[in-house]
Every structure is written in C-alpha cells, then in structure tokens.
Write a protein that binds this ligand. Structure first.
Ligand code: SF4
Length: 263
C-alpha cells in the first residue's frame, strides 16, 4: 500500500485489523426502517444520484409520485400516522430535512414524540446540521442526531455537493446541544487524518459509521487508500469512539458492521 504523509507514526492498523474474522453483512438491522413523511433534497451530491436517486426514482414510480421520482423536496402528510413498528427508525431518510418547512417538521416530531414510542430509537440526519437547532425543543430524547463528515477538506467540495462545507458542518454539529450524536464518514473522501480524527473526537459521538462509495463504477470521488482509512478507524477506537463499518471493499478488515449499532 502507498505511504501517506498524513499517517500518524504511532498508528498500527494492521495490528488490529488483519484477522480472518468475517463481518456480518453490511446491511441495516433487520428491524430498522425508513419512515419518510418528507422526501427530497436539493444538495445534489454527485454520489447520491446513482444510489439514492436511482432508488427513489424506482420507488416514486411504484407509488405514482413524480416529485419522489425527481427527488424534489416535498411532504407526504398521509404518512404522518403510518409509522413502521420497527424498533429503530430513520426519520425522513429519503431526503434532507433542511429543505422541509418548520411547521411541517413540527408535525413530524410531534408524531414520534407520542409516549407509545418511548422505547423506539429514532435517527434524524441532515447535511446542514444548523437546521436541527430550531427543532431541539421538539425532538424526543430517544433520538440520535446524525450528520455526515465524509472529509474535513473544504477545498473542491463544491464540485461534489451543494451542502454546507465540511468545516461549517463540523462547527454547527459540534454546537448542537444534544447528547446523542452520530457521525457518518460515508462515502469517505480523502481527508487529513489528524484533523478529521480531532473533529470527530471533539464531537464525542455515540458511534461513527464509515464506508467507501458503494457505486465506484458509477461515480468517482477522491478517496483515501485503505491503510489511511484503517488508521482513522484505529485512531478513533483508541480514543474510545465506537466505529461501525459499511462498504469496506475488503471484508477481512471489518469487525463491526453498521447494523450492529442497534443490536
Ligand atoms: S445530502 Fe443526502 S439526500 Fe441530499 S443529495 Fe446529498 S446524499 Fe442525497
């Protein structure tokens, strides 16, 4: 593997990762579902179109919703009362709620705040974590707030996505007064090891989900090599951060799969 000047000299990922332990499939936990009373996003991430966008096009076609097919931000109020019975639910996963109206999201959070759902785990994610601030008084405590930090590098990021730059996202997510946070480093883009590590450690998330772009044949993004990614995982774990992996392209490096967070 290539050497990288960003690697810490004390990092020895092979010590912990080279084993024959096979991971569980990197799928969601079987009782984890999406619930999408709001759908759509305008951040246009290049890596979203071949995965999420394609899926939504298909689902939108099945449900005869042209706005779902085009991934335009829109509401599905008829879903407000149809919350799946699963124990862990990604709320509005098919989009980004920073494009939703405040009064509509108030109804969404009111729906999941029903005491009968107290035993559930909710996940609410945005690539614009600043928008979560206005909802903190409405979101039930059994909710993990999630944001993506695929990289720490702002330079060139505008060619990948219209979402707030990684440094702004980090700052806004850090400032959120909320105990349960998760960071996703997915799809991982090339990063500066010590900077990204320190950002994540300072957020002190309950977990970090890490994975490569799952559609490298369809979209290309600047990526770290495997050794650098393993160093990041190692550095985070050494500091007590729980890391769960998704697409790693080489299973023997993986110990904990994404879905293990719920188990
Ligand atoms: S922010 Fe999320 S939902 Fe929006 S385009 Fe990017 S990956 Fe897709």
């Amino acid at each position: 593997m290539k050497s990288d000047p960003n690697l810490s000299p004390t990092t020895t990922p092979y010590n912990i990762r080279l084993n024959n332990e096979q991971p569980k499939p990197t799928t969601k936990y079987k009782t984890t579902k999406s619930w999408n009373p709001f759908v759509g996003c305008g951040f246009d991430c290049t890596y979203c179109k071949p995965s999420f966008g394609a899926l939504l096009k298909w689902v939108g076609g099945m449900q005869h919703c042209p706005r779902c097919q085009q991934y335009l931000p829109h509401e599905h109020p008829e879903r407000l009362s149809r919350i799946p019975s699963d124990k862990a639910i990604f709320v509005c996963e098919d989009g980004d709620i920073s494009f939703a109206k405040l009064d509509y999201m108030a109804k969404v959070f009111q729906a999941i705040s029903d005491p009968k759902f107290a035993g559930r785990t909710w996940f609410v994610q945005s690539k614009n974590p600043k928008c979560l601030e206005q909802y903190l008084g409405l979101i039930p405590r059994n909710t993990y707030l999630v944001t993506t930090l695929e990289t720490n590098r702002d330079q060139g990021y505008g060619e990948i996505s219209k979402a707030p730059l990684p440094s702004a996202r980090f700052k806004d997510f850090s400032h959120l007064d909320w105990k349960k946070k998760i960071v996703t480093v997915e799809p991982v883009m090339d990063f500066d090891l010590e900077v990204l590590r320190d950002w994540i450690v300072s957020i002190s998330p309950a977990a970090v989900f890490i994975g490569y772009n799952s559609k490298p044949d369809k979209v290309s993004i600047p990526e770290p090599d495997k050794m650098k990614l393993l160093c990041l995982i190692d550095e985070l774990e050494k500091r007590g951060i729980r890391v769960l992996t998704k697409e790693m392209r080489d299973c023997k490096f993986v110990k904990k799969a994404y879905r293990d967070f719920i188990e």
